[in-house]
Design a protein around this ligand. Structure first.
Ligand SMILES: [Zn+2]
Ligand SMILES: [Zn+2]
Length: 354
């Protein structure tokens, strides 16, 4: 039986951030007005993403507080609007960093909703077309548009599924788009939340060689278990030099100021591709144009992924067994989890559990 509007909740309990540097506090906040395309979810799990912390800290400009972050949200569907056909009450579902788009522009209509020409609607710190605020998954409930809600494959648990919706997608989509495949030789810069997925994707997509680039030796064993064939400590110039001209792709998940462009670009073979995931606050600096030219290197960015890529990724992961390494925290220990995240403790993703 479809739920009637009268029986639907109007509010939810979220762990809200009231301002930069403040602890999260459980707060009652309004859900958006239920629409015909909306899906309600009882949240079971939500992953913790670097973007969450960045937004709590107003790192990308002023945040609209109070803000409930979290955009790796998984749970059970509790109600659907009358236009919703593919999702039913009781289904296990998830949503990622995007919750809306105009759905009418050229990009939305051609399956690139993440590139909506009117701007994508972020799952938190955004506004629905009605002007109501969007709220993320550090919460008991979530409500949003069916286009950005996905069913979880049967052989994937909710706690594992959560982290696919941002960390995994952010690396999967550009690696597919730039054709990582059998025979590829892929370097992954940074073995963290994104990087530990990127290594597994490269292997699952058939790459011959997967090389971890890390600033210390600490993650060598983990990288091997994840599927790396080689591990390079980036301060070791001789090790770096061994890969000169060898790689077909680099996936950079750990860009920092004073990034050593010449050292990394040198590891690419001709017509190689450098994929930058993540969103540095400052313009890129120090890129050696000569090296780009003489090796015909493609340098590209990427932003999450479109709904069709989410669907494809979930199926691919279910088939190949790509799986996050997670540690769980009870939702009410969210402040401890955030502190541990800030201290660099995830190996390799934290997931909050209701
Ligand atoms: Zn994220
Ligand atoms: Zn659009």
């Amino acid at each position: 039986m479809p739920a009637t509007n009268q029986s639907l909740p109007t509010h939810f309990q979220g762990w809200a951030c009231a301002g930069k540097g403040k602890q999260l506090e459980q707060t009652e906040l309004p859900l958006k007005t239920f629409g015909d395309d909306d899906v309600d979810m009882d949240v079971s799990h939500c992953g913790i993403c670097g973007s969450d912390v960045h937004t709590m800290d107003s790192g990308w400009g002023p945040t609209d507080y109070p803000c409930v972050v979290g955009h790796e949200i998984v749970g059970t569907c509790t109600a659907v609007g009358k236009n919703v056909k593919d999702i039913k009450v009781g289904d296990r579902i998830g949503v990622g960093a995007q919750s809306g788009a105009c759905l009418e522009c050229e990009n939305c209509k051609s399956g690139h909703e993440n590139l909506c020409l009117k701007g994508m609607i972020g799952t938190y710190n955004g506004k629905w077309p009605s002007g109501e605020k969007t709220f993320g998954g550090y919460a008991d409930k979530w409500r949003g548009h069916q286009r950005f809600v996905f069913k979880i494959p049967d052989n994937m648990s909710n706690e594992d599924a959560a982290t696919f919706f941002c960390a995994a997608l952010t690396s999967y989509a550009p690696m597919r788009r730039h054709n990582v495949t059998k025979g590829s030789k892929v370097g992954i810069i940074g073995i963290g939340g994104l990087g530990h997925f990127a290594v597994q994707w490269a292997k699952a997509m058939g790459a011959d060689q997967v090389v971890a680039f890390s600033h210390s030796d600490r993650k060598r064993d983990d990288a091997t278990k994840l599927g790396c064939t080689d591990y390079v400590v980036t301060s070791n110039k001789e090790e770096m030099a061994k890969f000169n001209g060898k790689l077909t792709h680099i996936v950079c998940t750990a860009y920092a100021d004073n990034f050593n462009w010449p050292a990394y670009l040198s590891t690419l073979t001709h017509n190689g591709t450098f994929i930058l995931v993540g969103l540095p606050e400052e313009p890129l600096a120090g890129i050696p144009a000569g090296l780009l030219a003489v090796r015909q290197i493609t340098l590209c960015g990427s932003i999450i992924g479109a709904p069709n890529e989410v669907q494809e990724m979930l199926e691919f992961a279910a088939k190949t067994g790509v799986k996050p390494w997670i540690q769980k925290y009870p939702m009410n220990k969210v402040n401890q989890a955030i502190q541990d995240f800030r201290d660099g403790k995830p190996r390799y993703r934290f997931v909050l559990e209701n």
